[in-house]
Write a protein that binds this ligand. Structure first.
Ligand code: ASP
Length: 445
């Protein structure tokens, strides 16, 4: 059994958290490959090291002193070293970075140092080999990860068992450091899991997995035990974000399960993300609904033109206008001669009137209107497939709670139903779905 374990920033925020990490790693001999984020916040008043480094970079660019910001970074690592009585010459590393900053550094190099420094200390503390991500995570010049090359480098450089790799960065073919997008250590963990053919990719964070609904809206919502990659994608697209979106692909192609775990509650089994949950579902059938998610602030543009449904290319004509302004379209619910185009408000804010003008001119609609402040609520669940009455139950629940539905859409895979309501009804909608489909169902079973 091989496990790749990735620890997020809050899991390595202090010496106390390092101790928890060590306990977790040592309690299971298969946890041989560790990936770490940079130290995160120790408490609400604290700052993430990566954020501080981005700020240092901005200060350098504007010629403003970054001394006190960098001092906070230094203090953090010196404190961890001292408290854990480590020997790594972290002072030398910190000074080297400072010297490079004086010479003028490249942003990606500077902001990747959080993972690098955390990795050095954690590797010593665990007694693991430190494998610098710039030596093994290979980017192509197109900015994409070169999996073949990464595998080749990893096989050459890895001593075998007990290896620690800092997350979030790698190197371009010319050796220059390149970082992934924010939260990218999740991706590094997933790449390593792919490369070593892991049996499980454990992603340790500060929540006990994925919740059925946002805990900011529902008090102590249920944890999701198992979820498919596709359900997760639906959930995270509209709001729930426990894992970086791009972390799914490298493990999905090899069917490696991801287990989201809580460093502060290691006995909790967390959430297991799988390609296919059928086997587990036989023993432990899921709720009809796996999760409820959503986002506020969408704009709906509604175009009506008689006989447009039979006009070949009509929809393409509409969509190409959005494409010209690089506005991505979320959904296009339609009836006979009416099409509603739903887009995130922030993406169309700067060009709304131009888009409306072009629609008027090029599509010549009988009626054209737009509305802001729409929220999309998605009900996601593999258990809904071929089960009659789910949308009926959902819609009547909205009716009972006097929530007006602006749009509805569901695709034929029946994995999710998306309902558009006004922003002000968003939380109420999520609460009433949770009550009907989770609380009531639980009290019946
Ligand atoms: N430290 C990086 C960030 O804050 C990457 C990560 O934590 O995954 O975005």
């Amino acid at each position: 059994m091989i496990k790749v374990v990735k620890f997020g920033g809050s899991s390595v925020a202090s010496a106390k958290q390092f101790k928890r990490v060590k306990k977790i790693v040592q309690s299971d001999a298969s946890r041989q490959f560790v990936v770490t984020s940079a130290c995160g916040k120790e408490n609400k008043e604290d700052y993430k090291v990566t954020d501080l480094l981005y700020l240092c970079d901005a200060h350098i660019r504007y010629g403003v002193s970054y001394a006190s910001l960098y001092q906070s970074v230094k203090d953090k690592y010196l404190r961890i070293k001292k408290e854990l009585k480590l020997k790594t010459d972290i002072e030398k590393e910190l000074n080297q970075i400072e010297m490079n900053m004086k010479k003028g550094v490249h942003t990606d190099y500077l902001v990747s140092r959080g993972e690098y420094l955390t990795g050095l200390l954690l590797a010593e503390y665990l007694g693991y080999q430190f494998l610098d991500a710039s030596e093994v995570i290979a980017f192509g010049f197109d900015g994409e990860i070169d999996m073949e090359r990464t595998k080749e480098l990893f096989t050459q450089k890895c001593n075998g068992k007990g290896v620690l790799i800092p997350g979030f960065y790698g190197a371009l073919p010319n050796g220059e450091i390149k970082v992934m997008s924010r939260g990218g250590s999740d991706i590094t963990g997933s790449i390593i899991a792919n490369v070593v053919d892991a049996d499980v990719y454990e992603n340790w964070t500060d929540v006990s997995g994925i919740y059925v609904a946002d805990p900011k809206i529902i008090d102590s919502p249920m944890r999701v035990d198992t979820i498919t990659y596709n359900e997760l994608r639906e959930m995270s697209y509209l709001g729930a974000n426990v894992l970086h979106d791009d972390a799914v692909f490298p493990v999905k192609v090899k069917n490696i399960p991801i287990n989201i775990r809580n460093t502060n509650e290691p006995e909790n089994p967390g959430t297991l993300i799988l390609e296919d949950c059928k086997e587990l579902d036989l023993e432990n059938p899921p709720h009809v609904i796996t999760g409820i998610t959503g986002r506020k602030d969408f704009t709906v543009i509604t175009i009506t033109k008689s006989h447009s449904s039979t006009e070949v290319g009509f929809l393409r004509k509409i969509l190409s206008i959005f494409e010209d302004y690089r506005v991505s379209v979320e959904s296009v619910p339609s009836t006979v001669d009416t099409f509603s185009v739903i887009v995130a408000s922030e993406t169309i804010e700067s060009c709304l009137y131009e888009v409306l003008g072009r629609l008027k001119e090029e599509v010549k609609p009988d009626d054209l209107r737009y509305e802001d402040h729409l929220a999309l609520v998605a009900v996601v669940g593999r258990g809904m497939k071929e089960l009659a009455g789910i949308s009926g139950k959902l819609l009547s629940e909205f009716g009972n709670n006097k929530i007006n539905i602006k749009v509805i859409s569901q695709t034929a895979d029946e994995l999710s139903i998306v309902v558009g309501v006004m922003n002000q009804d968003f939380e109420k909608a999520i609460r009433c779905i949770y009550e009907k489909f989770i609380t009531e169902e639980r009290s019946l079973s």
